[in-house]
Unconditional design. Structure first.
Length: 278
């Protein structure tokens, strides 16, 4: 398996498929998953002739289960370690949920300054900031995230199952087409990672203010969000992020869930391809 070692000695697992001289599409997964969550996109873009790259965030998937560094700064630096190791240029970086926060910080702090990034995509992403603060009155109360931490610490296996079979894919909605294998795969990815990384990661995805990251990005950035996202509320995330971006474009999907990249992959893949090719 392929790994890169970061400056602070953490082994990060990555996939690098397709022609090495093709334009790279780089995928950044959400909490508490792994690069496996991008299967539908990796194979789609690979078939279109692109080079596809995806890594497991530190403490997630097959990457090292280290004690420290489960914050957006380290996430972005780890992503940069992969991009620098593979010398990726003219890349399109696509991030889902927490991975969208990772993309925003990576592009602002590393990708654009190094001249490596052509475009960015934030899908169902957590920026600008999820938690309710004086400057973000529409955010979710800290008690919501305290509840996540309590549930994870009490029984991670049960908590992850409840998230996957309930709100994540909208399987709790009346008339939803529930997929047991999709639920099982979400749970599998989550349980492969580290409980410590997942616990600390809740703070990373909920309390990181990425207003300045978004303002700093100048490359074309597509912002996609499902209007029935029960995990990251659209009004306090993508609708705000799109306004902060210099070159942002917002597209929303009525009735789509937080997990729309998996359960509506045909629709999302077509829109992602159109943006990459534009």
């Amino acid at each position: 398996m392929a790994y890169v070692t970061t400056k602070d000695g953490v082994e990060i697992f990555y996939k690098d498929w397709g022609p090495k001289d093709a334009q790279p599409i780089v995928f950044h997964h959400g909490w508490p998953l792994s690069s496996d969550d991008w299967d539908a996109q990796l194979l789609f873009f690979l078939a279109k002739g692109y080079r596809v790259v995806a890594h497991d965030r530190r403490g997630h998937g097959r990457s090292a289960q280290v004690s420290e560094g489960h914050d957006m700064d380290h996430y972005a630096a780890d992503a940069s370690a992969v991009a620098e190791h593979l010398d990726l240029r003219n890349a399109v970086h696509i991030g889902h949920s927490t991975g969208g926060g990772e993309v925003a910080r990576y592009v602002a702090k590393f990708g654009e300054p190094q001249g490596r990034v052509a475009k960015a995509v934030l899908v169902s992403a957590v920026p600008p900031i999820m938690v309710k603060t004086a400057s973000n009155p529409g955010g979710l109360p800290i008690e919501v995230f305290d509840g996540f931490r309590s549930a994870l610490a009490a029984n991670r296996a049960e908590f992850f199952r409840a998230v996957a079979e309930g709100p994540f894919y909208g399987f709790n909605r009346e008339g939803a087409k529930v997929s047991e294998p999709v639920i099982a795969n979400w749970w599998r990815q989550g349980m492969t990672g580290s409980a410590k990384a997942h616990y600390d990661g809740i703070k990373a995805f909920s309390e990181t203010d990425q207003t300045d990251d978004l303002k700093a990005i100048s490359v074309p950035t597509l912002v996609l969000h499902g209007e029935d996202d029960q995990i990251v509320p659209i009004d306090d995330s993508s609708r705000l992020s799109a306004k902060l971006l210099k070159n942002g474009q917002l597209k929303t999907y009525p009735g789509f869930s937080h997990g729309m990249l998996t359960v509506n992959a045909d629709v999302l893949n077509a829109d992602l391809l159109a943006f990459v090719q534009a």
